[in-house]
Design a protein around this ligand. Sequence first.
Ligand code: FAD
Length: 644
Amino acid sequence: MVLLESLSTDSDQWKQSIMQYHLNGYRSGNPSVATVTSDAKDTTQAVDVLIVGCGPAGLTLAAQLCHFPDLSIRIAERKHGPLDVGQADGIACRSVEMFQAFGFAGQVIKEAYQVNEVAFWRPGPDGQTLHRSELIEDVEDDLSEMPHLILNQARVHDFYLEQMANSAQRLTPDYNRELIALSRSENTRYPLTATFNCLNDDNKTETIAARYVVGCDGARSTVRGFLGQELKGESARQLWGVMDILAVTDFPDIRKKAAIQSAQQGSLLIIPREGGYMVRMYIELEELPGNERAADKNVTPETLSDKARAILSPYTLDIKQVVWWSAYEIGQRVCDQFDNRSGNLEDHLTPDAFIAGDACHTHSPKAGQGMNFGMADSFNLGWKLAAVIRGRVKPELLPTYSQERQSKARELIEFDKDMARLFSDKPKDAQTAAQFQRYFKKHGRYTAGVETRYDRSIITGSTENQQLASGLPVGMRFHSADVIRLSDAKPMQLGQTLLADGRWRLIAFADNTDTGQATKPIASLCNYLSEDPNSPLLRFTPPGSDIDSIIDVRAVFQAAHRQLSIENMPALLLPEKGIHRLIDYEKIVCADTASPPDIFTRRGIDRINGALVVVRPDQYIAAIFPLNDYNGLAEFFSRFMIEV
Ligand SMILES: Cc1cc2nc3c(=O)[nH]c(=O)nc-3n(C[C@H](O)[C@H](O)[C@H](O)COP(=O)(O)OP(=O)(O)OC[C@H]3O[C@@H](n4cnc5c(N)ncnc54)[C@H](O)[C@@H]3O)c2cc1C
């Protein structure tokens, strides 16, 4: 399937056009609409993957799995149709990087509000009147090539739904389906049976058999219950009021993200919204003890408006329209495990039922992580599930989902607790206010989603060669930088070539003497990869498939693009592909020497020795090797891949 990047008005968008198409013959029309192939299966009562829930976690997973036409998928949702307003809105830089991999970052950037600065307000020297205590930049320089954005969760859903509808499966959700039971059957191929109430058809139920079930069914997850997992954490839950409004105010920072701590009236978080006029206000209400629910508190839009006015006073707030509002409770909780390796549905060494998103962790909206974290869960799980079902990797890979994401969710809960406490503290003095601001600044990288670091596992190697690429830490996401493509001198972001297509990447950074000559390390590596029987490319690429279909090899040279000759480059970097054996000219890039510091300096690549960086299909760095450590590379892939 080909991925679309539409152009937007953003000045950097020209760097984002990375589509390749017409490989197997010219096809007119919209290239982002995949051809329905004979591989596409009938997905009625038995499927490879059944996803429950159409929130950001479920839709990310569905969009990822749709990349593989040979997988059968269904996604069921209790609601009557797509979400059209409300819920989360914060999109971290890391999520925008992921959207780029799916091919719709440009559209999101075009529509969204971009967070550039954060204002902190607290009582002034008189202890009463609000004053702005600090303005800070929201995203530090070179944290990501992508911005921090605010956009209605419903629009994010729309983009995923469009991807699914354009895929070879033409996948659309089954709305009005409420999961009521999940059990294990005797069926060895499709061992899980899910039963749904058909809400649009009185008294009817539908059963779907599946090889794998993923519960993306939110904080009150039904799948979680069937897995025997529970959310554990604080028993008191915080009640939050949130409203999206169109209003007239004399508060000067209404178009900035602003954290306001009033002397007596509580705290307010202002999030300007997309479109230039709408604003979201988060208002912390009270703790809910025991079983009390948000609904018991009789919160109304008037309650929220009055509270917002009181906090903002003496500034005025004339609300013209409450577009959406909600009062919802949040507990900081996480499950022990995100799969069924223990608990109900029998013990399993290799899990076949999973939970993702709010179904396995919940936290306050202060750090803006609800939607982002759930999407990251699914991005972690999706390629693993696809690779196992397609017989490319060993099922032993699957437990790494829960291992990796559960520990990250725990870190998030700890972070969220600190953030929530500091936000809610009454501003006693300048010192406590400064402490909150410092905390906020320090953790900017965390809230941007770029601090995630996975521990060592079968798919994350050691750090013994980290010095070869000190700015690309093993276990963290591949941090992009500017490069120039050799074949057409196109300025681009290297990270944006890492699409959500399930492929592994070998990114070979050349030493400073290497311009592609046959005697130098890049050519030697390419020779090994294309000819040696131990080469992971030869061992794991199915016969007849394009040579880059499982492991995609790319090279980055230090020399300026005009100093290199494409005709002298190793054949593996100009692979012949598709039915016509057309040449793929997009594997070789060069440092952007005209705009220093270049990618080698920015990412700490050893200029003398170069480096070979192995990147997972979800863009996380799996391992780093010297360019000539062929055995190390072969051993790494043989841990989890299945020989063809
Ligand atoms: C009312 C509400 C307001 C929110 N407001 C904010 C906010 O202002 N800011 C913020 O940051 N976060 C907010 N959140 C949280 C944020 O939306 C979530 O963190 C994020 O959506 C998590 O994504 P998810 O895919 O894990 O779950 P969800 O988005 O909750 O999606 C789960 C989906 O599963 C469906 N489902 C549940 N049970 C079943 C079943 N048995 N059968 C079939 N389908 C089922 C649900 O209908 C839902 O569509 C809000 C959440 C809610 C529910």
